[in-house]
Design a protein around this ligand. Structure first.
Ligand SMILES: O=C(O)Cc1cc(O)ccc1O
Ligand SMILES: [Fe+2]
Length: 306
């Protein structure tokens, strides 16, 4: 970035690199963040990013409150993302005078520029807890059913930013890591559902079990508030005929979800200029057939596929 930095007056940024390494300098020190790691750069913090080649990823911005670990309830002391795995930079400074150090600021959604004669990275030491951090997603301790039923994906919450309503998140950052699937008498993939939340999903690498085709790493899906969705018809057929033995799922895959109680607007860049909109997305559900048969009596052995 040269003699240039950025800070956001509007809120905190959660950055999910999908391709390429980010070498980030902050007022608090340096962090390298690569795919399968995430970082949070809070409101007001000045930072610069150096790239090695092609880079892309996802950013979630929250305008109120901060990301915290979800409360663990009956899980107790440890589990999911553990505090010990969040890494903060150590102080780094440069004593550098320049003609024009450019500071770019996002304020009320607009970019402003200011110039100064010295590097903003002049913090020799710091203490406190309002600091940027990074987290490696492979440290996530996954919890799931060991009996039956598909649990709410909130069990996979890495970080949450709460609204004023208890239990309702402005934003949850949820991951679907490699894990064992062992549920008995259960349709194991995500259930078909509608949701009072917006679900924006991304894929860091691999292929998401509920949509193995057409959802590429670096791509995204958006299921807006109350829009019905669920696995595509291939996934439905596979899961309906599979023997329910213990099975590894999401091997070599890291899908994630930004889930919010707010509606997400799609920019005209995303829907038009990028030319990446999949106009045929809805077709992934077109082969699903009506299967309701009020006369059918299900036995346990039918469900187990034995
Ligand atoms: O829609 C999705 O694929 C995300 C999701 C996954 C899951 O396991 C349950 C619900 C849900 O919204
Ligand atoms: Fe969903």
């Amino acid at each position: 970035m040269g003699d240039k930095c950025f800070y956001n007056s509007d809120g905190d940024l959660l950055v999910v690199p999908q391709q390429g390494k980010l070498r980030i300098t902050t007022e608090f020190g340096k962090m390298t963040v690569e795919p399968n790691e995430i970082c949070v750069l809070q409101q007001g913090m000045k930072f610069s990013v150096e790239l090695d080649g092609c880079t892309r990823g996802y950013i979630l911005e929250v305008y109120d409150g901060h990301f915290v670990l979800p409360s663990l309830g009956p899980i107790g002391a440890n589990g999911l993302a553990n505090p010990r795995d969040f890494l903060t930079p150590v102080a780094y400074y440069e004593d550098k005078e320049v003609k024009n150090y450019t500071i770019i600021n996002k304020f009320q959604g607009h970019l402003f520029t200011a110039y100064q004669h010295h590097s903003p990275y002049d913090v020799v030491a710091w203490h406190g807890n309002y600091v940027p951090y990074k987290y490696n997603l492979s440290n996530f301790m996954t919890i799931n059913t060991v009996s039956f039923d598909h649990a709410d994906p909130s069990i996979f919450t890495v970080l949450t930013c709460s609204s004023v309503k208890t239990g309702v998140a402005i934003a949850d950052f949820v991951i679907f890591p490699p894990r064992w699937s062992v549920a008995e008498n259960t349709f194991r993939p995500p259930y078909y559902h509608r949701n009072c939340m917006s679900e924006f999903m991304g894929l860091i690498y691999g292929s998401y079990e509920a949509k193995e085709n057409g959802f590429e790493p670096g791509g995204a899906t958006l299921h807006s508030i109350m829009t019905p969705h669920g696995p595509d018809s291939d996934c439905f057929d596979k899961a309906s005929n599979a023997k329910l033995v213990p099975e590894r799922v999401a091997e070599g895959t890291m899908a994630f979800m930004f889930e919010s109680c707010l509606s997400m607007a799609v920019t005209s860049w995303a829907s038009k200029m990028s030319e990446k909109l999949d106009e045929n997305y809805f077709k992934c559900w077109q082969n699903l057939k009506k299967r309701f048969n009020p006369k059918q009596v299900l036995h346990k052995s039918d469900i187990n596929g034995e």
